[in-house]
Write a protein of this length. Structure first.
Length: 200
């Protein structure tokens, strides 16, 4: 496999990438933060409609940046979950349409597992390695044993770690849940910052 198109549309960002022989060749991202900010969080119906409106222009832009034509693609990878069902549907539909049009395989990718492997796009990380991914309701501590397989050493369905990352901005009068505004700009690096959350 020489040239891969990757599509991500699981929540409030549309992102497409081209990889040539495992190396990132082009990447485009369309954020929806401004769209959802008036509501204090992601509105699923608005998210899916926005994915639909930007995904084809992003595809053209990504191909142009990479110097790749549709006919050059050997395979497509697309996020199939977890995520918002309507948002996921947009990416999956485009991936399947292109796969059928070009007669190339389409691979479904688990969103969380994609995070586990994404570090290897930019860094030489040998196997095995330990990775912790915090999502709103899912915590996975994973020990990657081989390039083709990931062994999950722990999977906890919990609200203790991920949920505060998306909930505390609203409690703190931030304009939108989670995202770079809440996680990067509030607390200087190296500062211990504590708060009493509602209900404590």
């Amino acid at each position: 496999m020489n040239t891969l198109l990757a599509i991500e549309s699981s929540c409030d960002e549309t992102s497409l990438a081209i990889l040539k022989k495992g190396q990132l060749s082009g990447l485009t991202i369309s954020s929806q933060i401004a769209l959802h900010q008036p509501y204090g969080g992601v509105v699923p119906e608005l998210a899916s409609r926005q994915h639909l409106s930007v995904i084809h222009p992003l595809l053209n832009q990504t191909l142009k940046e990479s110097g790749v034509a549709l006919a050059d693609l050997d395979a497509i990878a697309v996020t199939v979950g977890p995520g918002l069902s309507g948002s996921l549907l947009v990416g999956v539909a485009v991936a399947k349409m292109l796969g059928a049009l070009l007669s190339i395989p389409v691979y479904g990718v688990n969103h969380m597992e994609g995070h586990l492997y994404s570090v290897r796009l930019e860094h030489e990380v040998p196997f095995p390695y330990l990775c912790l991914v915090c999502s709103e309701d899912t915590l996975r501590s994973s020990c990657s044993r081989a390039q083709a397989a990931t062994r999950f050493s722990a999977r906890l369905v919990t609200m203790r770690l991920g949920r505060p990352l998306t909930r505390w901005p609203r409690w703190s009068a931030y304009p939108i849940q989670g995202g770079p505004l809440s996680t990067n700009s509030r607390v200087p690096r190296g500062t211990l910052w504590l708060t009493n959350f509602p209900g404590q």
